[in-house]
Design a protein around this ligand. Structure first.
Ligand SMILES: [Zn+2]
Length: 280
């Protein structure tokens, strides 16, 4: 019996030497793969519901559901760090995004996110925020957009970060989102797209004191050309409207080019929405 025990001990220590515990840990970290659902919200209103409008109660129910099911919210910038090989993600991460920069995000979502300690990335349309700021038509949850001052406050708040959703390309005509017009050659398109998104970056820099490398495609419209142009400007993460879960690998930046998101329609209940997103 004693001999058998010694034999087992020798065998197991030999195995440890061969396997090399440090090496196996490094291999695991390099190949770390995480599934990340990204949720896309827009407007939050008590008076109406729609495909892009949910009630504050439903928003709170969503966050409580995520908490109960063990999800931990992270920023889009955390995904960038992970895909660049820096920083880790929790076991069950979720990313929450708000598009278009509605003032009601500040009015309804901010207190809920602070209370439940959730994070969100808010994607701003420059001319909407400029209009609200300069016209003074502010602080109405039904139609106002975030002012530059509110955007600055959100970026400085530990539960929020800001992304770029174009300055003035959030339109269906004359071009669809940032799509290239049929009449434009590549160089003209590159110049127009660059001028537009840089204009919003300049507003962020001059009026709010930060810049962002997160870009949300208006109406989810993108192309290989647009990704190439925006990447050359320094953008690193791109949010589409294609639905699906993101399978991210540590150190692999390729998936950041077309991050998938589930639109949170206000016409669904919390349960229906998470079932639709395949989350449990
Ligand atoms: Zn939008």
């Amino acid at each position: 019996m004693k001999r058998l025990l010694i034999f087992v001990l020798i065998l197991s220590s030999l195995f440890c030497l061969l396997a090399g515990p440090i090496e196996s840990e490094i291999v695991f970290a390099d190949n770390q793969v995480v599934d990340v659902p990204i949720l896309m919200y827009h407007s939050i209103l008590k008076s109406r519901r729609g495909q892009y409008i949910i009630s504050p109660d439903d928003l709170k129910n969503d966050l409580l559901w995520l908490k109960e099911h063990g999800y931990e919210s992270v920023f889009v910038s955390d995904l960038i760090n992970f895909c660049e090989g820096n920083g880790d993600l929790p076991e069950k991460p979720v990313v929450i995004t708000f598009d278009d920069g509605h003032y009601n995000n500040y009015y309804y979502a901010k207190p809920i996110f602070e209370e439940l300690q959730f994070r969100a990335t808010i994607n701003i349309v420059g001319n909407y925020s400029e209009y609200s700021t300069s016209s003074g038509d502010i602080d109405n949850p039904n139609y106002s957009h975030l002012t530059w001052e509110e955007i600055k406050a959100l970026q400085e708040n530990e539960f929020f970060e800001i992304g770029n959703h174009t300055y003035n390309m959030h339109n269906l005509k004359p071009r669809y989102g940032i799509g290239k017009k049929a009449s434009e050659d590549y160089e003209t398109y590159k110049k127009n797209l660059t001028e537009d998104v840089t204009r919003l970056e300049d507003c962020f820099k001059d009026k709010c004191g930060f810049t962002t490398n997160i870009f949300a495609y208006p109406f989810g419209k993108y192309s290989t050309e647009s990704c190439e142009i925006l990447s050359s400007l320094g953008f690193k993460a791109f949010l589409t409207c294609n639905e699906g879960i993101n399978h991210l690998k540590k150190g692999d930046e390729s998936k950041l080019k077309t991050l998938k998101r589930y639109n949170r329609s206000g016409l669904m209940t919390t349960k229906e929405f998470f079932k639709h997103a395949g989350m449990s």
